[in-house]
Design a protein around this ligand. Sequence first.
Ligand SMILES: *Cc1c(COP(=O)(O)O)cnc(C)c1O
Length: 436
Amino acid sequence: MAQSNSNLIERDLSVIWHPCTQMKDHEFLPLIPIKRGKGVYLEDFEGNRYIDAISSWWVNLFGHSNEYINSKIREQLENLEHVIFAGFTHEPIIQLSERLIKITPEGLNRCFFADNGSSGVEVALKMSFHYHKNRGEIRPLFLSLTNSYHGETLGALAVGDVELYKKTYDEIMIKSIQVPVPENNSVEAVEKPLQELERVLQERGKEISALILEPLVQCAGSMHMYHPNYLIGARELTKKYGVHLIADEVATGFGRTGKMFACEHAGISPDFMVLSKGLTGGYLPLSVVLMTDEIYSQFYCDYTLQKSFLHSHSYTGNPLACTTANATLDIFEKENILEKIAPKIEYIGKKLEQFRDLPNVADVRQQGMISAIELKGYRPEERIGLKVYQYGLDNGVLLRPLGHVIYFMPPLIISFEEIDKMIEVAYKGITNLLTS
Ligand SMILES: *Cc1c(COP(=O)(O)O)cnc(C)c1O
């Protein structure tokens, strides 16, 4: 039987609970079954095509069904699909680790693998706490920025600060304190938050294992952006007070900000870097935590000393996932992707100007291939983002606003024509709000 949208929707809704979704919304909001993807396009079972302007939740880099990545998976599939990663190893992961160490900031010399962004964050948090404990210090606190997001497992949720996701679970959170993120991406906005960071480190530094932050762009925090000088200051202060710096580049890594990693804009090296999302080009779940030799060495000892990091996931370092990650790095190298996106970033920047004068626009911001338009004058109950989302779908563009912030984070291979269409549809969606 040929599948149709409606048939699949009905079957789905009778058995599935979707992530980050109030399922009752689907009484009026149609689910969209996707039949295939090619390049920046997704296509449903009725032949409707949508530009994936959000890279399928910020993961896709080089388009759907990328021929090069596909061929690499096929090759790997013939050899090895998976193997236990304790006591055993495989070539794709060794190659990947060597390459990641080369391209990440100086000093990150060791890779620990997990299978999604949240569990990567958990690894970094546990390892940081455990490092201090191995040195005879108990530091039960983590420090993070206001408005931050680090994932949704309990530990990752606890260090985040997006109330919508966190508030319900208040009673069962591990301890974290938040220091203010700079208000905007100006140089001036950096000063006060750094003073506040130093005050907290001075007062409670000995209780704090690490400061975790999303460098430059707080993606789930409505694409809030801040100046690289904050990172420079935070790196200096965490060093001075003996607290680890964890850079959560799960979303910002792999070219999104215009450089391979957002930390490069500030020229800093964190003690830990967490990568996922774009790591596999948007193909398969995989995450990696890179850390310094100093951290690794605090765990290296005789087994009986209880200093070992006994953390694992069944699918840690899956060979197929590592293969897609290697293929992703191949494409970055062979196709000079970082050079190729520079004119696109500039082009998007020019096109964003038209939004600034609209009466319902409060702010327009951009960092590399990530850009956002913040609307004003609406109450949350109006669910203004949902209206733009629906308008986008009706007109062939998948936008998925965060509340009243409309944003673009397209695959890096998006063409200039596709950028035109993506922005034109968003513009009409936003101006429509003024007349409806
Ligand atoms: C998405 C995200 C995570 C969590 O990754 P998952 O794979 O969704 O668990 C963590 N940190 C940041 C900055 C993210 O954007």
